[in-house]
Design a protein around this ligand. Structure first.
Ligand code: AIR
Length: 192
């Protein structure tokens, strides 16, 4: 019997089962206190996106990671965003290259703030990804960091979370003080 439109997802999962999976995944994120999510468009983006993971780990932010493409796996992306919402995720960092619609599509599915990382992949050196992310129509904003700068996306995500979580604010401040101290150290006895 042919599937009725709206009752079955393109992956062939009945709508009810799909909702169940969304809830189970949401509970998982909730139980693991995952306030941030990293989503990127391809395994080939891993090298760039792991810089964001390093920042989250250093600052003690629990996060979930997902390889999802706005073009290749749109249904799974929609389900995952629903599960992240259900699980209490409060900020999403999304990286992609080429026609990088991933952060914009995520921002169209949720009110969770989205930070885009344009990735320099392909012949245009990342300008394609940057423009795809930064030129969002109102009222669907995506905050965009520099090319391949996933670390800064995570720092921005931490600043957003720090508005609500004082221990994270303290961790961010201490981290920055450490960076300043190293910088001052580097400036002592500079010889060329
Ligand atoms: N991409 C994947 N789906 C949609 C887009 N725009 C991006 C990935 C990656 C680039 O395409 O984010 O940066 C190349 O992907 P791949 O898998 O061919 O290496």
């Amino acid at each position: 019997m042919p599937a009725r439109a709206g009752r079955t997802s393109l992956r062939g999962i009945p709508a009810g089962v799909s909702l169940g999976l969304v809830l189970i995944r949401g509970i998982w994120y909730f139980l693991h206190n995952m306030k941030a999510a990293l989503i990127f468009g391809s395994p080939s983006d891993k090298g760039v996106m792991k810089k964001a993971a390093e920042v989250f780990r250093e600052l003690g932010v629990e996060f979930s990671s997902h390889i999802l493409s706005a073009h290749r796996t749109p249904e799974l992306l929609r389900e995952t965003v629903a599960a992240l919402e259900a699980g209490g995720t409060e900020v999403i960092v999304a990286g992609a290259g080429l026609a990088a619609h991933l952060p914009g599509v995520i921002a169209s599915l949720t009110l969770i703030p989205v930070i885009g990382v344009p990735i320099a992949a392909g012949g245009l050196g990342g300008l394609d990804a940057l423009l795809s992310m930064v030129q969002m129509p109102r009222p669907v904003p995506v905050a965009v960091v520099g090319l391949d700068n996933a670390a800064n996306a995570a720092y921005l995500a931490c600043r957003i979370l720090a508005l609500k979580y004082p221990p994270l604010r303290e961790a961010l401040a201490a981290h920055w003080e450490g960076i300043k101290a190293r910088f001052v150290g580097d400036n002592e006895g500079v010889e060329l």
